[in-house]
Design a protein around this ligand. Structure first.
Ligand SMILES: [Zn+2]
Length: 278
């Protein structure tokens, strides 16, 4: 009898060790994959210094250190479509039309069923508690939740976007940016940043920018467009760590301290004054 117990205990121990070894091998394989980054190819994108700074600030969304992004085509499904008017539905299509070219070669399109990015428009109120186990960004007028990741994978598999009944349509564009893997910036920028915490109102700093903003129903600065393209370039893998990125880009300590945002400040809410044109 004792022999049998010993045998069982030994077998369980060996099994546990084997499972442990396999999972740690699996983990190191995933982490190794995130370290694959071709800096030279990435630099061929020809972004400006400002765009690189914004990229480092908002693109490393996962725990403020790693890239999270989609690796498969995005299918946008408006879940409460029956309750919405045509204009409200068309606004979703406008946001897709603006963002889809920036995430190529991935595709983003609207579907009527089987979507992986769910949109709930004009909801009465935002209740973050129902999704407390998922990573989410609660904004002033909207919320985005990103599907729970598979172990050791930082790819985004699914997301849900909510915008409030009283929210400006620009909030929708802001929430879509979260769903693509962007975080609120830590720093202030001398131009309008849609992923900025306050969204609207926010100062538009130049006459040219004000005109560009007013001409378009949804406004995204050239800098933010570049940042989304940088995030979705094939060189950048989901899970890429900000330190690995800095190291492979060959940045000096001084450049690193300038580019890596002080994440402790990310929690601070920035309230911008209203632009005078409103
Ligand atoms: Zn937000």
């Amino acid at each position: 009898m004792m022999k049998l117990v010993k045998y069982i205990v030994l077998s369980v121990a060996i099994l546990a060790m084997t499972i442990g070894m396999i999972s740690s091998l699996r983990e190191s394989a995933f982490v190794r994959e995130t370290r694959v980054f071709d800096a030279e190819k990435f630099k061929e994108m020809k972004y400006t210094g400002h765009e690189l700074a914004l990229f480092c600030d908002v693109a490393f969304m996962s725990e403020d250190t790693r890239i999270r992004k989609w690796r498969k085509d995005i299918k946008v499904e408006i879940k409460n479509i029956d309750k919405l008017d045509r204009k409200t539905i068309a606004e979703v299509d406008s946001v897709i039309a603006l963002l889809a070219p920036l995430i190529a070669p991935l595709k983003m399109e609207r579907v009527y069923s089987g979507g992986n990015l769910h949109v709930y428009r004009k909801v009465k109120d935002i209740t973050p508690t129902r999704t407390k186990h998922l990573p989410h960004s609660v904004c002033i007028n909207g919320m985005t939740t990103i599907g729970a990741r598979a172990s050791y994978s930082w790819a985004i598999d699914s997301a849900s976007i909510y915008d409030c009944r009283h929210a400006d349509p620009q909030t929708l564009l802001h929430e879509f940016q979260h769903a693509l893997g962007l975080a609120h910036p830590v720093r202030l920028y001398p131009y309008y940043v849609t992923i900025g915490r306050s969204v609207i109102p926010q100062y538009l700093r130049s006459q040219k920018e004000t005109q560009a903003y007013m001409k378009q129903p949804f406004y995204l600065s050239e800098e933010e467009k570049s940042v989304i393209k940088m995030l979705y370039s094939p060189e950048v893998r989901s899970g890429l760590h900000i330190e690995t990125f800095m190291e492979k880009m060959g940045f000096s300590e001084e450049e690193k301290s300038w580019l890596i945002p002080e994440v402790s400040k990310r929690r601070a809410v920035v309230i911008y004054p209203s632009p005078s044109r409103h």
